[in-house]
Design a protein around this ligand. Sequence first.
Ligand SMILES: Nc1ncnc2c1ncn2[C@@H]1O[C@H](COP(=O)(O)OP(=O)(O)O)[C@@H](O)[C@H]1O
Ligand SMILES: N[C@@H](CCOP(=O)(O)O)C(=O)O
Length: 318
Amino acid sequence: MAVYTHVPAEEMAELLARYGVGALRSFKGIAEGVENSNYLVEAEGARFILTLYEKRVDAGDLPFFLALLDHLADRGLPVPRALKDKDGVQIQTIAGRPACLIEFLEGVSLSHPTPAQARATGEALGRMHGALADFAPERPNTLGLAGWHDLAGRCGTAVDEIAPDFSKRIADELAWLDARWPADLPHSVIHADLFPDNVLMLGDRVTGMIDFYFACSEIRAWDVAVTHSAWAFSSDGRDFDVGVGKALLEGYQAAHPLTDAERAALPVLARGSALRFTLTRTWDWLNTPADALVTRKDPLAFLRRLDFYAQHPECFSA
Ligand SMILES: Nc1ncnc2c1ncn2[C@@H]1O[C@H](COP(=O)(O)OP(=O)(O)O)[C@@H](O)[C@H]1O
Ligand SMILES: N[C@@H](CCOP(=O)(O)O)C(=O)O
């Protein structure tokens, strides 16, 4: 459950009044998510998501994220906009935190995607990359290769409490990636966290892509690798689903073909993705406050993916 910040009912009602969307009917904290506090808010006749931005979101980045949402929604992608209040303000302060009232999109996030659903997601990701070709703002990726080194250093040897020799494994993998990380692939703004819980679907149709708060300027194909590592495995990382992985790539290629160089780099990019989520989950595992209403995610589920990608680089072959 991700609710770090409690919003008093009076403050919620006052907030809605600023938008003129009808009186507050009810609101409740949303169980999913780990980064921010999210509430489902019901006004008379409409639903919204209220997001309060927490530790990993820098308030200075919010204009970038909101411009990105508007850009994609303007181009017909199923992406929710942050609403403007009666004074045209998008970013509010609620319970002492920066916050936005966001359009509610229908759909559910999947626990066990089928190949058809993975194909639709790959295609939506490709359409997103196509739509971002003329998006000018940039945001550096603080969770790129340099950021992984930094995070690994901050985790130190405390990670060996999670698994034996874990710190050595991380150091070895960083060295492997340092030697191979591609320097000259196309860059653009990417989502960088398109996990199944950040895609809303009805049947085989993508109805929402949400949670752009890791979006950044990066190697574009890294987004494909991130999405592959998130979708093509059982959640514990023990089982690779060949059909889902293949369908995801086919859907992407149909909307936004990969260059030969991008395709050749996928095995390395995927190891980078697996390490990135291993590290952030490890950090959270060691540092999540005991009283936070949040379910920590298992770092070893991504270490297993890392092992798989290291042993099966051929999984990206056509
Ligand atoms: N625009 C939206 N429309 C409908 N549901 C949403 C929307 N945004 C978030 N949610 C719901 O809130 C949950 C948590 O949102 P998310 O942005 O993933 O949080 P976090 O940033 O904490 O990971 C999602 O899994 C989804 O159920
Ligand atoms: N997707 C990441 C964590 C970020 O959480 P999200 O709820 O914002 O997607 C992971 O699974 O480690």
